[in-house]
Write a protein that binds this ligand. Structure first.
Ligand SMILES: [Zn+2]
Length: 122
């Protein structure tokens, strides 16, 4: 990686314009110029946390397993749970696989299966 063309002591991570001169600079020096190009943030694994910013509530990390086992204890199939909650089967499947669960559904599931998957962080 190139070194910063201003301070030379940090790797250049952005392109910025200084009085019309475009230089490869580090993030610290970039802030003193006009940033033209910023590095794309590295692709990250999606974090399995569903936060409602206004309430500080999150859904517990292993919600899929909790939902799945609670459903089985009630003797329900996935499609039966889906119809009881007025949700699509695919939504329930995604939730049980730990892929996706919005807070609204989390609340319904909590109530129906009598489980605890929403954590209040506040
Ligand atoms: Zn620099």
């Amino acid at each position: 990686m190139l070194d910063c063309e201003i301070c030379g002591s940090a790797p250049a991570s952005a392109k910025a314009s200084f009085d019309g001169v475009i230089l490869n600079v580090c993030s610290g020096c970039a802030a003193t110029g006009k940033i033209i190009e910023q590095p794309k943030p590295a692709a990250r694994q999606p974090v399995l946390q569903y936060i409602a910013p206004e309430s500080g509530e999150t859904v517990t990390e292993n919600f899929g397993k909790i939902i799945s086992s609670a459903r089985q204890q009630m003797g329900l199939k996935q499609d039966e749970l889906a119809s009881k909650l007025n949700e699509k089967l695919s939504v329930i499947q995604a939730a049980e696989q730990g892929k996706r669960l919005d807070l609204g559904l989390a609340r319904k599931v909590e109530k129906f299966l009598k489980i605890k998957i929403i954590e209040d962080e506040t």
